[in-house]
Write a new protein. Structure first.
Length: 57
């Protein structure tokens, strides 16, 4: 998912350079959403890994 966020960010940069401001804004919004979803999923799995793993042992 982070790979998709990077792809959208690069495309947003290219579109901004070419003058497509509205489309670049949409692409960067998508990239930001994908980035934060990835971060939230990673944090949740990190916390669950510590809590559930300690209970199982």
């Amino acid at each position: 998912m982070i790979k998709l966020a990077l792809i959208f960010a690069v495309l947003a940069g290219i579109l901004a350079i070419l003058g497509f401001g509205g489309l670049a804004g949409a692409f960067i919004d998508i990239a930001l959403v994908l980035f934060w979803v990835t971060v939230i999923i990673a944090v949740v799995l990190f916390v669950l890994g510590f809590t559930v793993y300690r209970k199982v042992r």
